[in-house]
Design a binder for this molecule. Structure first.
Ligand code: GNR
Ligand code: NI
Length: 174
């Protein structure tokens, strides 16, 4: 297993729409393992493949509490098939937008259809942090970031800050 470098805002790769996975083979399972290792190392509670530069519709997450047993989950080609009218607000962060947090309102509960790492069809009902995290990750598969759900003023501020930081990093590398 390998820890992969994370793609950071404003890298346009984060805006790519990921494509469905057709066959779940050894390469895909290795990708899932690398994503989990990268997520645990960060540390984060979720990761989409595009965050390590792979435009495939796969996400991993683990919303278990610290101290409890780890519960790594792999979702391949996930689809939200139902969303509650009830909404909930969570303070979100993103490994691709380090050290920035903002409240986001989303459906409180969702039903997700997907394939697991063995290629078996699964359907899960999620609420709480799991529902929020799944929606955050499925957004990544569509090139959407959590800052797209906040005010344009705040979003532009964050993008400007990260664009400046990226330029400084580039200049330092010269
Ligand atoms: O680690 C993460 N924490 C988090 C907190 C609230 C809502 C969503 C998340 S996902 C984030 C990891 C990440 O960037 N996944 O794409
Ligand atoms: Ni994210």
């Amino acid at each position: 297993m390998t820890i992969k470098p994370l793609i950071i805002l404003p890298d346009p790769v984060l805006r790519q729409v990921s494509t469905p996975i057709e066959t779940i083979d050894a390469d895909i399972r290795r990708l899932a393992d690398d994503m989990l290792e990268t997520m645990y190392d960060a540390p984060g509670i979720g990761l989409a493949a595009i965050q390590i530069g792979v435009a495939k519709r796969m996400l991993v997450l683990d919303v278990s509490k610290e101290g409890d047993d780890k519960t790594p989950l792999v979702f391949i080609n996930p689809e939200i098939v139902a969303s509650s009218d009830e909404r909930s607000i969570y303070e979100e962060g993103c490994l691709s937008i380090p050290d920035y947090y903002a409240e986001v309102e989303r459906p409180a509960a969702i039903t997700v259809k997907h394939l697991d790492r063995d290629g078996k069809e699964q359907m899960i009902e999620a609420d709480g942090l799991l529902a929020t995290c799944l929606q955050h990750e499925i957004d990544h598969l569509n090139g959407v970031l959590f800052i797209d759900h906040i005010s344009k003023l705040k979003r532009d501020m964050v993008i400007r800050k990260f664009t400046k930081a990226a330029k400084t990093r580039g200049a330092k590398a010269i």
